[in-house]
Design a protein around this ligand. Structure first.
Ligand code: IPM
Ligand code: SF4
Length: 474
């Protein structure tokens, strides 16, 4: 009898060209990739130097997202000369290697991890490797996505394969009854807080449980996307009816008979009964509140009703040091209530929370309200298509009326590689995924949270509980 397999092993084994040794190193076939202007240049230079072609150019998409401006009126010029060089070279690589490019003015452009699912470019059962750590997002569709470095991109482009070491497996079962104000972002923030920023290093996480089943596909993407902040090099969920429905009308999804065949082949994408995981975690969300980060690592997070920790109370010397460092950088005092932390900026966007459902949640909070005058609010849709849809649904008007800037798509202030940069001392409520020191600008302070929580902080002028808007108290 064949032995019970995890979904992870099914995905990896079905793409293993050859076992390289008995330590779990394999030559892995990669179905598809999406590359950005920032991490791909050296890979293409490497190919050029060796006079190599791309093996399957049609399996790759190029998409500009990291350095482009997000000014409300779009043009295709970068503000920074370095960024302009990267985009020019990207265009040249698209031409010379015959790879399709979603350039800045293309209506399909956006943040790669929003664009690829939206185009139906990622399908269940696929293995996707791309030059960005948040490639894990595609796990929400039952694909296995992981980030690779520049030399690996070159290897992939030339051969369609990668040398890969199989990961350990972790199953995270998410159960309980969610408070309506709690979102997918809060669930993944809870997991990261619980297991730590390197708690899943060396692991691929499979998320299961009733909460995951109930989440929308977009919510699942938020979870798989941010699992990388716990160190995971892969995060996924078994595909279900919701995934098939999500994909069915997407431009690049198979059609007609091919769709039927694809559906059949996806039926086997689940973990077999009795398959073993290296680690199992239960996450009960019954008492989960909206979460925010207070420090400079994504695991330095708490419920919004919490207070800042006092390092003096921390027994673990390493944690104590990390807390001291974080509080000093963040210019915060132990014991402060999280809701007493004032903000100067509010940012809604990124590949974690820049999809249409995220914007709808933010709009629900902002409808008929104004943000505090001293807060600069920016909304950066995850893709140009998301932007169009938000405009059609009337969300853009709600944002603009509330005092937010309604901008074009890109990574923007998630990592501040274009001109969307915070000044030293600025403090931002942000729907992004990384709060490292200086991430949004040297000397700036970032608090991660869900888009609805960013919206409510923008109205209040300080971190606030999204549940308080119904009760009136802020
Ligand atoms: C630029 C890129 C290498 C990086 C990543 O891989 O995640 C970026 O997208 C980020 O979010 O920090
Ligand atoms: S939006 Fe942020 S996290 Fe996502 S790819 Fe861009 S920089 Fe990285």
């Amino acid at each position: 009898m064949a032995c019970a397999k995890t979904l992870y092993r099914k995905l990896i084994d079905s793409h293993t060209v050859r076992e390289l040794d008995d330590q779990g190193n394999v030559l892995l076939y990669i179905d598809r990739s999406i590359l950005n202007e920032y991490t791909s240049p050296q890979a293409f230079s490497g190919l050029r130097e060796k006079n190599r072609k791309a093996w399957r150019p049609e399996s790759v998409l190029l998409n500009v997202d990291h350095v482009n401006p997000t000014r409300p009126v779009r043009d295709d010029k970068m503000t920074d000369p370095g960024g302009q060089l990267q985009v020019d070279y990207f265009r040249e690589n698209s031409r010379d290697f015959g790879i399709e490019l979603f350039d800045v003015l293309d209506t399909r452009q956006g943040i790669e991890h929003v664009v690829a699912p939206e185009q139906g470019f990622v399908l269940p059962g696929m293995v996707i490797a791309a030059g960005d750590s948040h490639t894990t997002t595609y796990g929400a569709l039952g694909a296995f996505g992981f980030g690779i470095g520049t030399s690996e991109i070159e290897h992939f482009l030339a051969t369609q394969t990668l040398a890969y070491k199989r990961l350990k497996t972790m199953r995270v079962k998410v159960s309980g009854k969610l408070d309506p104000a709690v979102t997918a972002k809060d669930i993944i923030m809870l997991l990261i807080q619980r297991i730590g920023a390197s708690g899943a290093t060396g692991f691929a996480i499979e998320f299961t449980g009733s909460v995951i089943t109930q989440l929308s596909v977009e919510g699942r993407m938020t979870i798989c996307n941010m699992a990388v902040e716990a160190g995971a090099r892969g995060a996924f969920m078994a595909p279900d009816e919701k995934v098939y429905q999500y994909l069915q009308d997407k431009p690049r999804a198979p059609k007609g008979e091919m769709w039927e065949l694809a559906l059949q082949s996806w039926q086997n994408l689940y973990t077999d009964e009795g398959a073993e995981f290296d680690r199992e975690i239960e996450l009960d969300c019954d008492k989960l509140e909206p979460m925010v980060t207070w420090g400079i690592s994504p695991d330095q997070a708490d419920n919004i009703s919490g207070v800042l920790p006092d390092p003096a109370d921390e027994k673990d010397p390493q944690k104590r040091l990390a807390q001291e460092k974080a509080l000093a950088y963040m210019a915060l005092k132990p014991g402060t209530r999280l809701t007493d932390i004032p903000i100067s900026h509010a940012f809604i966007g990124s590949c974690t929370n820049g999809r249409i459902e995220d914007l709808r949640l933010a709009a629900e909070v902002l409808k008929g309200k104004k943000i505090t005058p001293h807060v600069r609010g920016m909304i950066i849709p995850g893709s140009t298509l998301v932007r169009q849809q938000a405009e059609q649904e009337g969300l853009a008007k709600i944002f603009i009326d509330a005092g937010f800037e309604w901008r074009q798509s890109g990574c923007s202030m998630c990592l501040a590689m274009n001109e969307d940069v915070l000044e030293p001392g600025d403090r931002c409520a942000s729907s992004t995924n990384r709060n490292f020191a200086g991430r949004q600008g040297a000397g700036s302070h970032t608090h991660l949270m869900s888009p609805a929580m960013v919206a409510v902080a923008a109205i209040a002028g300080h971190l606030a509980d999204v549940r308080s808007i119904n009760g009136g108290e802020q």
